[in-house]
Write a new protein. Sequence first.
Length: 162
Amino acid sequence: MISLFLHQVEESPSQLAFVDATGNVAVTYSKLLGKVKNLAYELRKRTIPFESPIAILTAKGLDQVVAQLAVIFVGGTCVPLDPSISDEQIQVRLDDAQPVYLITDVENQHRQLGEVPKVSIAHERLNWPSVGGKECALTLIYPETCSHIFYIFRITGKLKGV
């Protein structure tokens, strides 16, 4: 997935990569890569072991896209969580996945969710033109690398991470 994204950035940097449902937020591939690299740099400063689960608690939209790409960029495993469910339901998923970090947007950073360290997506930080002159290198990812853990309810009614 990340290689396809990077190829598109190289081929069409000024083409729109993301437009939200309202049409108010539009980001080119080049700008999206900048946001992804800035969040990836913030994550990389925290030393994340390869394929470590990183939970993402953001509304659908640009923050979700940036967070997922950044997690994959650093070799982590995305655990997207639905912010519309209760804190208790989110905590069950966090307890099961054991993420090393929880990425939140501004709307969800106040939620009390155990001891998982939080990384906040702050747009002013993600809009920095660069990561202080430092590059955030892509972690080498293989086809068998786990990129996501999704939670589903099995036919038995039990929650399962897949």
